[in-house]
Write a protein that binds this ligand. Sequence first.
Ligand SMILES: Cc1cc2nc3c(=O)[nH]c(=O)nc-3n(C[C@H](O)[C@H](O)[C@H](O)COP(=O)(O)OP(=O)(O)OC[C@H]3O[C@@H](n4cnc5c(N)ncnc54)[C@H](O)[C@@H]3O)c2cc1C
Length: 347
Amino acid sequence: MRAAIAGGGLAGAALGWRLAQRGVSVTVFVAGAGRWRDATGASGGLVRGFDTDPDTGRLAAESLAELRGDPRLRDWAGYQEGTSTYLLPPDADVDRARGTLRTVDALLPGSAELRPAAGLAPFRGLPEGTWCVRERYAGHMSPGRLRDSLLRAVADLGGTLRCEPVLGVLPGPALRLGPGVERRYDVVVLATGPWTPRLLDRWGLPGQELSTRQIQYTLGRTVPPGLGAFVDETSGLYGRPVGTGQMLLGLPTTRWGVGPDEVAPDPALVRRVAECAGLRLGLTAWPGPGARTVASLDCYPVGGRGGLALRGCRPDSALYTFAGGGGGAAKTALAAGRLAARTLCSA
Ligand SMILES: Cc1cc2nc3c(=O)[nH]c(=O)nc-3n(C[C@H](O)[C@H](O)[C@H](O)COP(=O)(O)OP(=O)(O)OC[C@H]3O[C@@H](n4cnc5c(N)ncnc54)[C@H](O)[C@@H]3O)c2cc1C
């Protein structure tokens, strides 16, 4: 089987690696990877097993178990273990969360527990009845470093990396690579992250209910003692410690449908994050001097379901997208890539 993947972000790299491991002749078009600020290059890199969506939780727990269990992958990803705290609002579906926790427990035994968050330091002012999922085996990684290593591994397994942009797709399936230059493959996958919705539109393909959303976080001084990676659904605040005495903190943005050339940091959101950091974590002077804000985009499934997954573009063609990470797919990429490769090979 000859497969072409457009896009050398973490999704394209993970899928390319899995296909190459299965003996598929794979070509990854990596134009832009690492050069532009793609989602993988900007990613905060938080990894954990738990997610409120059970399917995402399974992929995240499988990916984390593989990452922790394989010294080579740990090194490739620059994985740093810490703890993860996920705060669920009082009206959360706790039975659903328990179901996901059973999956996490099967893959990462003894890692996660669900308990009331009352009195949990360093959080302040949590609504009464807030729940907390604590994970012992979680942390962060560098998605950009993992992507680079996976692409090198694709080449080592005999795959091809081509540093040129894909200019169009044809139902063949085939790729248009220049004026009059078309190349046919058995399978073509667009792993073009937040570029995907506009490329589908430009190339006359169905939209697949994918959109984009801006993601923004700020790196500032001070880390509250004992705080690892966290997501606080009661306020929207999320973050993790970064290196020497810095904390990455963010809140979800409302900027949907943004194009890759239209990303711009939102100063009002930085102020809201600072206010929230004061109220929830007692960080009254955050972000402090030398703060830096990172803004980028990810591809989101409209309606929030599905995450990073293979989606067929046309019933008459082996043309797919592998996108829709929805702001949290770095932690699922290893397992999602394996699942997508298995599906493509069996199809
Ligand atoms: C700011 C931010 C923070 C995040 N934090 C986390 C986190 O803490 N934890 C977590 O699990 N996830 C996180 N995510 C999500 C995760 O990083 C992304 O879901 C994942 O990296 C998406 O990878 P991708 O390969 O789909 O997209 P991308 O990394 O954007 O890659 C797409 C690639 O396609 C290329 N491309 C586009 N058009 C073409 C073309 N025509 N031809 C060839 N190539 C093309 C682009 O240049 C790009 O390199 C975050 C995302 C962002 C943006």
